[in-house]
Design a protein around this ligand. Structure first.
Ligand code: KIV
Ligand code: ZN
Length: 540
């Protein structure tokens, strides 16, 4: 029998019963999710603490081993979000990122301190380009920094990860020197970043093999790849074949520039091709993948492309007659994964005659936990929707509930009336009514270049808050002409503050008004200092 590549890459050892559990541990590939750190660094994404917590809880439910919750020294908001996650999420290891300065490391520990399982991830660049142009440090200085940082981090926690940033473009011998210093100073995980997405699979795999051969000590090796050449998942998997037992990835592949390895793709590749990957296993509850993808897409405003592997809308759609015929006869003719395995269930439809109990039961069956208060307002919105839409799908309900739960702040402005009109060559007009927290009703009527422009202008006039629309996207939540639209927008204020908002409605103009108000509500909310993670309406 021919051996799989994974078997070939493993040391040959006779198997006793005792060695079986060792093998299981050796073959477990840890999933390190960086949606909330590298993912959140994507242009235009700015999640507030409540939204980050919502995602962290879903990641924990998905079964990720490690959640990189943020970069605590980066801002007060980041610090507080990591702290909130550390207080609430107990199943996964909570990790914070920091540079090598003591101030960074101390702040990182302060943020993760209350997590039952915690990790500090410290990094410093080792490529000539980064050392010269960014750090302005010599090789010797970088070695000292790495050693001191890891020792400092180890004085706080037993689990310390070290990354030589821009690893794939670093001088290999020098990077190895730094990695050995990191292990000798107490690093337990060595992460090899392909920071700029420069690596190719075979080469990245060889680099990891060589590192494992050279660096002595007790550590796990990890991949962290970027998608600048579209190779991030291939590179990560090559790393796994070379012995990496941690993969850093993000939901929907979000991250700096072209993004990180998509968690769902890495996981489904390992599971689907176990003939190739041998005994390797991941802890992920794959039937939570689709929901996690939708949640991240909804909260970040980053739409998932229709043909995206695993979680795209078309991932299990068959257009050609020949394919449809094949799938109807036997699903596996054109499907290598069962859609149920990623959580794409046949929809149980609810309609306008469904009552509160049926709605509550449906939500429970979808695995969503929600408090009575949030359930009431989600039910009210469901009823409004069911009046306007023939069938309400799981995706619609999920979108409504997520919106209900994610909005943790108080409303400064609430939309109470909207009328729009155009036609007969007239300019589009919008009349808006907005209620303030104090009960005052603000009204304005304006014209605009288009309907959405007129609505935004009316909101500006009514509230007196100026915001320039810099990004706009609308996606439909489910299929069909009466599908709900989910609008995401990004605004910049005259002071240069960038803020994002999203809105959901069966009418795209209404969804746009809701998104605009959501953005300015965020702006006028009290500081994140008042954010209390235990005082939220509910969680998914
Ligand atoms: O891409 C990168 O190098 C990183 C490091 C901080 C790990 O994100
Ligand atoms: Zn990165």
């Amino acid at each position: 029998m021919t051996k799989t590549k994974a078997e070939k890459s493993k040391p040959t050892k006779s198997k006793s019963n005792d060695s079986k559990s060792n093998d299981a541990a050796k073959n477990h590939v840890q999933i390190f999710d960086t949606t909330l750190r590298d993912g959140e660094q994507s242009p235009g994404i700015s999640l507030d603490a409540g939204e980050k917590l919502e995602i962290a809880e879903q990641l924990s439910r998905l079964g990720v081993d490690i959640i990189e919750a943020g970069f605590p020294v980066a801002s007060q908001g980041d610090f507080e979000a990591v702290q909130a996650i550390a207080k609430v999420v107990t199943d996964s290891i909570i990790c914070g990122l920091c540079r090598t300065s003591y101030a960074d490391i101390d702040r990182c520990f302060e943020a993760i301190e209350s997590a039952p399982k915690k990790r500090i991830h410290t990094f410093i660049a080792t490529s000539e380009s980064h050392m010269k142009h960014k750090l302005k440090m010599t090789r010797e200085q970088v070695k000292t920094e790495a050693s001191q940082a890891v020792s400092r981090a180890r004085s706080y926690v037993d689990d310390v990860e070290f990354s030589p940033e821009d690893g794939s473009r670093s001088d290999f011998d020098f990077m190895c020197e730094v990695l050995q210093i990191a292990v000798d100073s107490g690093a337990t995980v060595l992460n090899i970043p392909d920071t700029v997405g420069f690596g190719v699979p075979e080469e990245y795999g060889k680099t990891l093999t060589e590192i494992r051969n050279r660096i002595k000590g007790d550590y796990i090796i990890s991949t962290h790849c970027h998608d600048d050449l579209g190779l991030t998942v291939a590179n990560s998997l090559a790393g796994v074949m070379a012995g990496a037992r941690q993969v850093e990835c993000a939901i929907n592949g979000i991250g700096e520039r072209a993004g990180n390895a998509a968690l769902e793709e890495v996981v489904m590749a390992i599971n689907t091709r176990n003939d190739y990957f041998g005994d390797l296993s991941v802890n992920i509850k794959t039937d939570e993948l689709l929901r996690t993808s939708r949640l991240v897409s909804q909260l970040t405003g980053y739409a998932v492309q229709h043909n995206k592997a695993v979680v795209g809308r078309n991932a299990f759609s068959h257009e050609s007659g020949i394919h449809q015929h094949g799938v109807l006869n036997e699903r596996t003719t054109y499907e290598i994964m069962d859609p149920k395995d990623i959580g794409q269930n046949t929809n149980l439809y609810l309609g306008k005659h469904s009552g509160r109990a049926a709605f509550a039961n449906h939500i429970k069956e979808m695995g969503i936990t929600i408090t009575a208060e949030a359930l009431n307002s989600a039910f009210k919105r469901f009823k409004d929707l069911a009046d306007r839409k023939k069938v309400v799908t799981d995706a619609d309900i999920e979108a409504l509930v997520v919106e209900e739960l994610a909005d943790t702040g108080e409303y400064e402005f609430e939309l109470v009336g909207l009328e729009c009109g155009t036609g007969n060559g007239k300019e589009p007009t919008a009349s808006i009514k907005i209620k303030t927290k104090g009960g005052e009703v603000l009204e304005a009527s304006t014209t605009g270049g288009g309907m959405i422009d007129a609505v935004c202008q009316a909101i500006r006039e009514a509230t007196g808050i100026d915001g320039k629309l810099v990004d706009f996207s609308a996606v439909s939540v489910s299929a069909g002409e009466d599908a709900m639209a989910e609008v995401s927008m990004r605004l910049t204020t005259p002071e240069g503050i960038e803020i994002s908002g999203r809105g959901l409605s069966i009418d795209v103009v209404e969804a746009s008004a809701a998104a605009y108000l959501n953005a300015i509500n965020k702006l006028s909310r009290t500081s994140l200092e008042t954010f209390d993670p235990t005082d939220r309406p509910g969680h998914i």
